[in-house]
Design a protein around this ligand. Sequence first.
Ligand code: ZN
Length: 413
Amino acid sequence: MAKKKSKIYIIDVTNRDGVQTSRLGLAKLEKTMLNLYLNEMGVFQSEFGFPVTNHETNYINANIELAKKGVLVPMILSGWTRAIPEDIENAVRLTKVEHLNISISTSDQMIKGKFGGKKTKKDVLKLMVSALKMARKKGIKTVGVNAEDASRTDMDYLIAFALAARDNGADRIRYCDTLGYDNPQSIYARISELAERVGLPVEIHCHNDLGMVVGNSVIGAVAAVEKGVDAYINTTVNGLGERAGNADLVSVILALKFSKDLSEKKLLDGRIKLSVAWKLAKYAAYAFGVPLAIKQPGVGANAFAHESGIHADGALKDRRNYELYDYEELGRGEPETVDTGRKITAGEYSGIKGFRNVYSKLEIKFKDDSEAREVLELVRYANVQTQKPLVEDELRFIAKYPKIAKKILTTTP
Ligand SMILES: [Zn+2]
């Protein structure tokens, strides 16, 4: 039987790396909406939170419940913990999480600089193996092992670390370019060697401190695939993440689908639906309170705008003169209506009349007054957490799954 062709999958980390970033955060309802959109987009996995952080546990369990109900499938929901046995034990005790990425620093800089001389490289390796064994013992279905600061890690040590992960049951090794230090040439060489010598599927987790994040992520993934293993690119929606950000989800998809030579190779997971891009990017911009950059690839206001004489004339004669791909492919192009007169929104101090008006516009009916009041109460709490008018999809979600919404909204200190 012919060996299955290696592919590139997307693991989105917005709900972990994106939200842990300075000055960026999401309410649990907003994280849930992102998971729903990512699933609709065909993303392989969402790293959806921190199972050992108390205010995350209800959200995590409620999202797993959505998956069990068949609402949030087939996307895999995975948690992030440190690679120490206690974190694994706590994750399993506090939540129903079934998939984990466990993380530990592997570079000399971080082993010395973070552990203050208390841990050697040998200790780091042993700790990772004990955490990995614990995850296996506790029945975690897939475990990715993260080498934090992999790009500044001595290559022989990184290989030894990855081999230990492989031999103790890891499903993937995550190569973290934590500081955005790599460039396309260096990451290609390093991931080629890692994939060749270890033979484990590789996750590519890059940051944008030097402005090369999408190129590095894509070329790193190509290196893994060329060595015969699957690659998993870590992305965030709109590229939001620590400091200068992570690899933008839409840009990574566009690069794999439309860039020179890569477009014919068809390496990207065939389930990806680019048509969800517009809706997802706009929602994330609203939820984070960070407007899309005018020049954002694919979804920015100027991504398909032409003004200068030669460009406008050329684009009108044949869109391929100045556009590599069509806006319709990203779900753009539909006119959007905005109320410019009276508008009733639903919020934390809403009453039942205004609330019914908002829902009747969505053509959602309640079976009786008590059901309407129950949903109103949830909408009020949701607004307390989001502090901005709820969007239609959020209102629909709460009305459709009130019990799950209640869990998501519950963060008891
Ligand atoms: Zn990161």
